[in-house]
Ligand binder design. Structure first.
Ligand code: ZN
Ligand code: ZN
Length: 369
């Protein structure tokens, strides 16, 4: 039996449901690919398209899609253990045509990814059965990566590293942030990858915006420039941040950069199987606070990466996660001083049973261009 199908069935037993339903988000939404709903369906079945519904019981496993994906889905789901059904009309009407008796008395659905509209449909389709909400079903399953998944992430990281090295030579006074972002995204695709998220290029005062998407602002000499960029490969994301200076760095820039770099090394050194996400976050947060910049680091230390860029587990003050071998996480502390600028450094790290492996090879000493 397919390993992932086995994993979901084990999970279903724990949840006390006889059957479990998940689906891609509404097909009307053009940005389905890369969302959690899409990732769950893809993880289970191998399907990469935008319209799919999955129902699993202890004996049956069906994958329903529409005519547009007939040939593609047949190829992609071939070894998944799912029986492929092409819907005559919409996916839920097709679900209604399956014999309800094979699905048992309790049907679980994902509360995070199914809208109320679909809940109402399920309740109607499974009249007389219990339709119950489940939470966090795929979190743990998808957090621990298989070797093949780690290989895809490594390739995405390699594309990201190579692109960063190439684009550095284009950073010049008068160049717009947007043009650099465009160049980065073009090169991701040229190298056989995709784009994990809108590329962040934030220069000068904008570098204090942790999520400052590339704007029309032109880069000036003496400014910090933060690049937060990630390619995808076979659906798996990379996510890397580097901050560089155009020209010579001044004293304050060197000081802030040095603190963030030290904080990031500290964070990476703590990543290992068995440590709590919140403890890694706390050590790094305390370090930055000791240096006097605590109030300028306002986001979590890191997150998992995988089929979505912000995957499980989480490294933050409220994280309940314990890191385990095979998880892949980012470590990305930053200091953001409003009106002055900011620095963030981010790498992707595989958690090993013993220690860790940093995937990124882009340099971390302060680059003065
Ligand atoms: Zn990032
Ligand atoms: Zn990140």
């Amino acid at each position: 039996m397919n390993l992932r199908l086995k994993k979901i069935r084990t999970k279903m037993k724990k949840l006390g449901v006889d059957s479990f339903i998940t689906a891609t988000p509404s097909n009307a939404d053009p940005n389905v690919v890369g969302t959690n709903g899409w990732a769950n369906v893809h993880w289970l079945t191998g399907y990469t398209g935008s319209n799919g519904l999955v129902i699993v019981s202890d004996r049956n496993a069906y994958f329903i899609t529409d005519f547009r994906y007939k040939e593609q889905a047949a190829r992609e789901t071939k070894d998944s253990g799912f029986k492929l059904i092409i819907a005559e009309r919409d996916l839920y009407s097709q679900l209604g045509k399956l014999k309800p008796s094979v699905f048992g008395a309790v049907i679980g659905f994902e509360e995070e990814n199914l809208t109320y509209q679909y809940f109402k449909i399920l309740r109607r389709l499974f009249k007389g059965k219990k339709v119950v909400a489940t939470k966090g079903v795929f979190g743990e399953l998808r957090a621990v990566k298989e070797d093949g998944e780690i290989r895809y992430i490594k390739k995405a990281v390699k594309i990201t590293d190579e692109t960063f090295a190439e684009v550095l030579s284009m950073v010049k006074s008068g160049v717009a942030e947007r043009d650099l972002a465009l160049e980065i995204e073009y090169r991701f695709r040229q190298k056989g990858g995709g784009i994990a998220f809108d590329t962040i290029v934030a220069s000068g005062w904008r570098s204090s915006l942790p999520h400052g998407k590339a704007s029309n602002k032109k880069i000036k000499k003496g400014e910090f420039i933060t690049f937060d960029m990630g390619a995808t490969y076979n659906g798996y994301s990379a996510d890397m941040t580097r901050t560089v200076v155009l020209g010579k760095a001044n004293k304050k820039q060197k000081e802030i950069y040095g603190i963030v770099r030290e904080a990031q090394s500290l964070g990476i050194s703590l990543v290992r199987a068995g440590i709590r996400g919140r403890d890694v976050d706390k050590e790094v947060r305390d370090f930055i606070a000791e240096k006097g910049y605590g109030k300028y680091f306002g986001h979590g230390l890191g997150h998992g990466i995988g089929l979505v860029t912000h995957d499980m587990p989480v490294l933050s003050p409220s994280s309940k996660w314990v890191l385990g071998g095979g998880m892949v996480v980012t470590v990305e502390p930053g200091i953001y001083i409003p009106g002055w600028g900011g620095v963030r450094i981010e790498d992707d790290i595989v958690v090993k049973k013993e220690g860790r492996k940093i995937l990124n090879k882009s340099p971390k000493e302060l680059i003065e261009l």
